[in-house]
Design a protein around this ligand. Sequence first.
Ligand code: ADP
Ligand code: ZN
Ligand code: MG
Length: 521
Amino acid sequence: MPKDRLLDVLERYEAVIGLEIHTEITAADTKMFCGCPVAFGGEPNTRVCPVCLGMPGALPVPNEAAIEWTVLAGLATECDIALWSQFHRKQYFYPDMPKDYQISQYDLPFCSGGVIDVEVDGPGVAERLDLGGGVAADGPTPVAEDGGYRVPIGITRIHLEEDTGKMVHVGGSEGRIAGATHSLVDFNRAGTPLMELVSEPDIRTPEEARRFAQKLRSIWLALGVSDCSMEEGSMRVDGNVSIRPRGRAEFGTKTEIKNMNSFKALHDALAYEIVRQADLLDAGEAVVQETRHWDATARRTSGLRSKEEAHDYRYFPEPDMVPFSFEPQWIASLAARLPELPDARRDRYMAEYVLPKADATMLAADTATGCYFDAAVEIAGADRAKQVANWMLGDLTAHLNAAGIAIGEARVTPAMLAELIGLVEDGAISGKQAKQVFAEAAGTGDAPGAIVEARGMKQVSDTGAIETVAEAVLAAHPDEVASYRAGKTAVIGFFVGQVMREMRGQGNPAVVNEVLLRLLG
Ligand code: ADP
Ligand code: ZN
Ligand code: MG
């Protein structure tokens, strides 16, 4: 679907989007109601016990750490934390749920009424057609510096539940049941603590939905609550979307889209669905409330099943567990544990080090990167923060991507990066040499100073030594000297090259340039 189809539709219809985001609390060592370990993969049905297999008579014991993580998640997103809360049983029959009910939360979630500020800049701004005049008080605020805007998106609730097992449909295409010969079930994941966040229907464009999910992921990563892998399914985003003619107050009928395993898929699936709904309405047909599946290969959604209503689930209070009553002091002690969140970190980098917003945002996106930056700046000095940022976003990021490793696994430590920057800034090595030193340090873990020493790389900045070589070069090329003096000043590049070659690349280019200019008069 071409992008302008979406923009064309959005001129006539306003999209209304609400997200439901499930995140496995991978930081919890054990499952939600039993002592089985939480981990991805592994031999099927090896991390199970009578509780997570739903054996009759097995009793659930709530995981305190998982509840703490959920409350922390709520505090990080400005939710109110319930002082009185409870688990409910949600009944449904599906083979991935051995008990035939899921322990979840209903009308008493742990967290409710939060908000996340979402910022949109770049091409995605075009999807928001009501920017500019007539913006509502709770609507988008333009952000002048980058031509983007900021909009608050409400969080209805965050509740805690147990994850289901995993079905494997053997022979089905794209892992779906259609065409499968038989199905297998793996209960290793069953019972993993799962937070479900439900947003208000405040999102108006696919780009806002993408930014919301990305923002949430960076907050969860900063907290350390989950590894948030959309590929492995530890973070799963469902999109609810409807459209209404511009200017109408009532919402249209929504569909819910599942199976989007990347941020791009989330954006593209919502865009597809908005256009599909508009085509239906334009043809005088109605949107059917249903759950739809995003097929990333075909790039389309297709109907999956009609949507259940809450009363279909026959929710009732979990009788095997008493309700929870939380002390305000307990909540305050958790609030004191909140780390610096990505937005605050980004703002600090912009204010303290005058970094451009794009750089600050990338460095603050996850705690490991932010801590690396902070540690390197601590050693290198605040006046070299820009160089630290450049190295991190340049050579270091390229190295991490090429090696497929996380920043915490890099052999170049913050102290080593600070040392390398010091060598360049003090003129001991050139910028070009520094790149070689970085590459070697990244491979061997050797200290930059030691590498420079061992390779005899020290840059020569001594004017006398450079002068001797420069004089010899000029003497050997009288024709070029003549044409320089006749006005062909571009020949200077040739001389610099010759001097550098004589000095095996170790001359300080700035000094070489300066000496040549002086000798040539
Ligand atoms: P359901 O009862 O169908 O599960 P909810 O009211 O619980 O619906 O909302 C589920 C999600 O759908 C929430 O994120 C909410 O913001 C969003 N939502 C609700 N109504 C609409 C609508 N008309 N269009 C788009 N999203 C909606
Ligand atoms: Zn178990
Ligand atoms: Mg609902």
